[in-house]
Design a protein around this ligand. Structure first.
Ligand SMILES: [Mn+2]
Length: 356
């Protein structure tokens, strides 16, 4: 695999700096890309430090954003390889390097940092959001490509890492899945993403990749899909619809529907809403150049309020969403037992905001 001389140079610097610490804490907002990036970076760090078992991985958020993610989490036994981040108990230890992978903003809501956490390294592929105030010593590797996993694959090749252990196999497979899912199944991948994916793809047994990467069409998912379709609002190549009241564990339907719909060339923006525990959740995907897509982050903040919404550019498309209390739309004491009425109002509200 071709790795740029710049990347080799950066990896040399990162390796040298990593050796100055007694251990490494990797923090990720869980999805398949950040998980692949973290498992790969752990291999990188242990390789360059020549020291096993000195790297810990902490994840924030939920591991079940998609059926693939749920599959991988159990198949690769990731619960034993990383622990849930708890902002009330985590204390930054100056002797251990803190590494942010797949995000760079210290105010990232998914972590709920109680106090300011300054990373020593950032490996990311989004904008430089929130990094303005980092001290000079923070090493930031932030390139606009399809996935963080791509960067980590390149890093492993830059230091001649050998994929010859069980941990290495799991890291490699997670990295392949990370590139795959973060680029809408390679549809939005750049050449570097494709190369990294292919290098890692070769470690799968026959059919193994397909089994892990395929969406599970559960009965529940199909119900959600049916609700989404029965309710479509379409305007100027934007599609808005909802799947009603759902349990938190079934959130993956929203992401899966949005990710599939945005792949169509006739769709510039898709928004999928659902009500979970008295909160309206909206998952949005948009093309780089669409009505909302010129800057989906700004657009959604304008629609739903900056406290409740946001978005970020990933490769050639935008991922975003909103979450706000149901009583922003309807007075709950007045709507007891009237689920149909609530759904209609939420649907009208979200459509009005996005189509206005
Ligand atoms: Mn990512």
């Amino acid at each position: 695999m071709n790795v740029s001389s710049e990347m080799k140079d950066w990896c040399g610097q990162i390796a040298k700096r990593l050796k100055e610490y007694s251990g490494v804490d990797i923090l990720i907002p869980f999805d398949l890309d950040s998980a692949g990036g973290a498992l790969g970076f752990r291999e990188f760090a242990q390789h360059v430090r020549g020291e096993p078992n000195s790297v810990k991985i902490y994840y924030a958020g939920d591991q079940d954003e998609s059926s693939q993610s749920r599959n991988v989490f159990s198949e690769f036994k990731l619960a034993s390889k990383m622990e849930k981040f708890d902002s009330t108990t985590y204390k930054q230890d100056p002797k251990r390097a803190v590494v942010f992978i797949d995000f760079c903003n210290p105010k990232d809501k998914r972590f709920g940092f109680s106090e300011k956490l300054i990373p020593d390294f950032v490996i990311d592929h989004h904008g430089a959001d929130g990094t303005e105030n980092y001290p000079e010593k923070t090493f930031i590797l932030n390139e606009a490509i399809g996935s963080a996993s791509t960067l980590v694959v390149e890093m492993l090749f830059a230091v001649d890492y050998k994929f010859d252990s069980n941990d290495a196999m799991i890291a490699a497979k997670s990295l392949a899945l990370g590139v795959y899912t973060d680029t809408l199944e390679l549809l939005m991948a750049y050449m570097r993403d494709l190369e990294a994916h292919l290098e890692m793809r070769r470690f799968f047994r026959e059919n193994e990749f397909r089994d892990l990467a395929t969406l599970q069409l559960s009965e529940k998912f199909l119900d959600h899909l049916a609700a989404f379709i029965s309710n479509l609002g379409v305007k100027d190549q934007s599609i808005v619809s909802g799947i009603g009241f759902i349990k938190k564990d079934d959130r993956s339907s929203m992401f899966e529907i949005a990710n599939q719909v945005i792949k169509s060339s006739s769709v510039n923006l898709v928004a999928v809403w659902a009500v979970i525990d008295d909160q309206v959740n909206v998952v949005v995907r948009s093309e780089k150049e669409s009505k909302g897509g010129k800057n989906l982050d700004t657009f959604l903040k304008k629609c739903f309020g900056s406290r409740f919404a946001g978005g970020r550019l990933v490769a050639d498309f935008w991922q975003g969403g909103a979450q706000f209390p149901l009583d922003k739309i309807i007075q709950l004491w007045n709507a007891e037992g009237k689920e149909d009425l609530i759904q209609k109002q939420v649907d009208a509200f979200v459509k009005e905001k996005i189509f206005h």
